[in-house]
Design a binder for this molecule. Structure first.
Ligand code: NAG
Ligand code: NAG
Ligand code: NAG
Length: 373
């Protein structure tokens, strides 16, 4: 054992064993407050995904029906209104005999875990980033999805995460969060300093894939700009949104579009060309330390006998909450909406704006949030 390991272990063991007590005594561990934020998400309504868990992404089809959402048992469900409720739309694998529990992380690699979903508005096809079964597509009638890609440049996808569709050019942009860690081992990717995330471009006519960006510290949400001059990608662990230029003088280069006060998940564009970023959680002192460039700190914590729940609690600052940030096309913060006490919404994964309402998914909740703007 080296000295670094002993110091970290001691400090963090004390912090984690009594993690909840410490939160009461001091708030340096807690999620920070954001100046100018509006604490209104607790007034949102919820729609239970009955019998399911973790609706991550929310998408409406070209007829405006839905939303559709992928849940933790591997299904993609369609909301048919309060009378009919949720119906099964698609699955990402046919081996579903044992996929009956709403939440079974140890079964995810068998049942699939559809994360980002988005419709092609021209064809009505639904593109799916399944964390375990790669990049897929299913027709407007649903059913069993077709696997399009499971690797790029000879490197298999381990954690396909989100996508956006450019109907005009016939291409789809998507992310793989890590070539090392699967979704089930999310905390290891977060605290272990993993930087193997990639942003890809899939050409529908050639069926070829091209890697646009590499070495992303957990590549997550993807969103194209209205004029298709750039594509945004969330770099979750470095708490920022990268902008990859597709056109113009900087084509092929990237820059930082925005820094965010927490861990960004999906990004969705609204009809005005603005972007909603959902934060899995805000980031306080401890989570910044554990995900910093000094990855030996995070790695030391991973060696401690801590449950996923404890590790996740360190990651999110011990207190459930929800944060959504709206950015202009230029990257200025336009609005920050929160449920700072997690009264209604917690750990949101996506914000989809439609007809004056915000629809919100969450990997950790059994419902979708619906909020009036
Ligand atoms: C959602 O489910 C919870 C737990 O089963 C229940 O208490 C609540 O009333 C349901 N809410 C709605 C809006 O259906
Ligand atoms: C997709 O591939 C076709 C055929 O090679 C090419 O003409 C087209 O420019 C490609 N599209 C993009 C956006 O790269
Ligand atoms: C961490 O590393 C990244 C990439 O090497 C660098 O851009 C960033 O400035 C570093 N952050 C700190 C706090 O040193």
């Amino acid at each position: 054992m080296n000295a670094k390991f002993i110091i970290t272990t001691t400090v963090l063991l004390i912090a984690t064993i009594s993690v909840n007590d410490i939160f009461i005594v001091t708030n340096i561990f807690s999620p920070p407050s954001i100046a100018g934020s509006y604490d209104k998400l607790q007034a949102c309504k919820i729609i239970n995904v009955t019998g399911a868990m973790g609706p991550e992404s929310v998408a409406f089809d070209p007829n405006g029906e839905g939303p559709y959402t992928g849940v933790a048992d591997g299904r993609i469900l369609k909301w048919q209104g309060h009378e009919s409720g949720w119906t099964e739309f698609a699955v990402t694998t046919s081996h579903r005999e044992d996929c009956v529990r709403p939440l079974a992380p140890e079964m995810e690699h068998v049942c699939g875990r559809p994360l980002g979903i988005k419709f092609d508005r021209k064809t009505g096809d639904l593109y799916i980033a399944d964390a375990y079964f790669g990049f897929q597509v299913v027709g407007p009638e649903g059913g069993l999805a077709t696997q399009l890609l499971t690797e790029a440049e000879g490197q298999p996808f381990r954690f396909t995460n989100d996508l956006d569709v450019d109907e005009h050019e016939g291409v789809v942009y998507f992310t793989d969060s890590s070539t090392t860690f699967q979704r089930r081992h999310f905390m290891s990717a977060a605290f272990g300093g993993d930087k193997t995330g990639r942003l890809m471009k899939y050409n529908k006519s050639t069926k070829q894939v091209e890697v646009l960006l590499r070495e992303i510290a957990l590549a997550n949400g993807v969103a194209l700009s209205t004029d298709r001059s750039f594509v945004l990608v969330a770099e979750t662990i470095r708490r920022r949104i990268l902008r990859f230029w597709l056109r113009g003088p900087n084509a092929g280069k990237f820059d930082v579009f925005a820094e965010v006060p927490g861990f960004p998940d999906n990004i969705r564009r609204n009809s005005k060309g603005e972007f909603w970023v959902a934060l899995h959680s805000k980031s306080g002192f401890i989570s910044k330390l554990l995900t910093s460039n000094y990855s030996w700190i995070g790695k030391s914590v991973l060696k401690l006998p801590l449950s996923f729940k404890k590790l996740h609690s360190l990651f999110v600052g011990g207190k459930p909450h929800a944060t959504a940030i709206k950015f202009s096309e230029e990257g200025e913060v336009l609005q920050v909406l929160e449920d700072s006490e997690g009264k209604t919404l917690r750990f949101i994964s996506e914000v989809e704006e439609k007809d004056g309402k915000l629809w919100m998914g969450s990997v950790m909740m059994p419902f979708i949030g619906v909020c009036n703007l």
